[in-house]
Design a protein around this ligand. Structure first.
Ligand code: NAG
Length: 226
């Protein structure tokens, strides 16, 4: 898989490094690249599905967990039961575009439905390096129509790499029926209201952090899937 990916990046690099080409050749090259990127995303999706991560069901677990080993992004420590997360690998690739001059790829992806439910969770959570929150919770969240439009620049030095991941993320309807106790205080209504009514706004507020996370997650995936 890595070979395919490095090959794709190498084409991008050479496509933009060379002298002016005929527009027909440039178009062919662009189509080839767009197909390669689509194929690569498909490979990631298939490997997630094959590895049993979607749907992800955990009967009960205890310990510390962070996304992609990125401890400053999200860390949860504690115990949980009947955790279920599904829909994350049902990714629809709407559009892939290659911008020759800026050596950037823009990708438009949708996830129709994300569902998360947990029978019980007791422990601490830390998001984006903020203070640890003592949480006791259960319930279910459904997020529909998650759309991610990302722009990735391909760098050449010191190695061919991905950098400057920017973009926007939007969500459609959100259902939230969580019971959350934070530092011993009942905050379910506030949390549900936040997820149902203010998630879109929060995604804008934390846009920079979210895309920094995506950048690191993409690099992590590329390094670890190979
Ligand atoms: C992304 O794709 C969706 C579905 O095709 C489309 O509705 C949306 O406008 C696209 N977003 C951008 C920024 O191109």
């Amino acid at each position: 898989m890595k070979a395919t990916f490095v090959f794709a990046l190498a084409i991008i690099a050479s496509a933009s490094a060379g002298p002016q080409r005929s527009s027909e050749l440039a178009l062919q090259q662009r189509n080839l690249l767009e197909d390669l990127v689509k194929g690569f995303i498909q490979l990631i999706i298939e490997s997630v599905q094959a590895s049993g991560l979607d749907p992800l069901y955990v009967e009960s677990a205890e310990g510390t967990y962070s996304f992609f080993d990125l401890e400053d992004v999200f860390t949860a420590t504690g115990s949980l039961s009947e955790f279920n997360f599904e829909g994350g690998s049902n990714i629809i690739v709407n559009d892939v575009n290659f911008h020759l001059l800026s050596r950037a790829i823009s990708i438009n992806l949708s996830v129709p439905k994300l569902q998360l439910s947990v029978g019980s969770f007791v422990g601490t959570i830390s998001v984006f390096g903020r203070d640890e929150l003592e949480v006791d919770g259960s319930g279910r969240v459904v997020i529909e129509n998650v759309n991610v439009v990302a722009r990735l620049r391909v760098g050449l030095l010191p190695n061919i790499n991905i950098r400057d991941v920017t973009g926007t993320i939007t969500v459609g309807d959100v259902e939230s029926d969580l019971n959350i106790i934070l530092f011993g205080e009942e905050v379910s209504d506030r949390v549900n209201d936040f997820l149902i009514n203010k998630l879109s706004e929060a995604l804008k507020t934390y846009n920079t952090q979210i895309f920094e996370f995506f950048e690191r997650a993409i690099i992590f995936l590329i390094d670890s899937l190979v």
